[in-house]
Design a protein around this ligand. Sequence first.
Ligand SMILES: [Zn+2]
Length: 334
Amino acid sequence: MARPIGMGRLVLARALFGCVVIAAWAAPSGMCAAQPPRFDGRRAYEDLVRICRLGPRSSGSPGMARQQHLLTEHFSRLGARVAFQSFDTTHPLTGGPVRLNNMIVSWDPDAEERILLCCHYDTRPYPDRDRLRPRGVFVGANDGASGVAVLMELGRSMAALRGRGGDGERPTGGVRYGVDFVFFDAEEFVFGPDDAYFLGSTHFAEQYRRRPPKHRYLCGVLFDMVADRHLRIHMEKNSLQFAPRVTRSIFRTAQRLRIREFVPTVRHTVNDDHIPLNRIAGIPTCDLIDFDYPAWHTTRDTPEQCSASSLQKVGSVISQWLWEGPPRDAVAAE
Ligand SMILES: [Zn+2]
């Protein structure tokens, strides 16, 4: 995660309890199973540990290359199409070229209406908020691996979520749009206060705007720092401003599932990869982020600070939300 803008005023959101989400996207009745496939938080946590064991994964590093290899194998094996969107930047310290790669994992790649689920997969080069070791090793368990872990486990459910995991004859219901998992590079390839953030998501958003592809993203969800063992995800102010319907629909889903770690009040205003997606690409995108994380940008951001239970909660909410689909007005009007 990159940069907080400051603590927002605590605003009590409208009472959202009791809202009925109309499953406007669900498959025709009789073809829809009651529940989405179960998201396995324990397995997602194992993914998080596996990613951290690759070592620091800052842009252009050997650890990043190992991660790209692991993720390519993982998602290809699950039947997704894997592609890289590559471009170059200048290393802030050496001035030399660095190749950056956004990784795009597509489910139902021919579908023209798509949902974007994304995270950053680079880690900050140094744990510069660490009082004792600001040039120590930063593995980015929560700030880096947590979003990756959610998408790795979600990938195992995609066949069933897309209605391909039933008896082979009838679809079981679920999301009927194409889905892209996008892993942004260089969210924080920063060494000093003047270095730029969000290079990967900005490039992705600019390409989408300048050279519009055949497909259209209806909405997006960004996962950043979602594994804190003391999880508490508040609505984020920019998300509420740019993508109010998407944001509210996710928190409504959490409330119906009685997942109280999703708190429908605004607490922080955060600059993150969702800003270029909203501002440049015009894709209404919500940032799910737990910004109250004492180990942020320190050597203590390790798997011990994270939990399977937290990943389970985030994964369950997003599985259910995908399964039902956000209400139509969430994707049409923003
Ligand atoms: Zn960060």
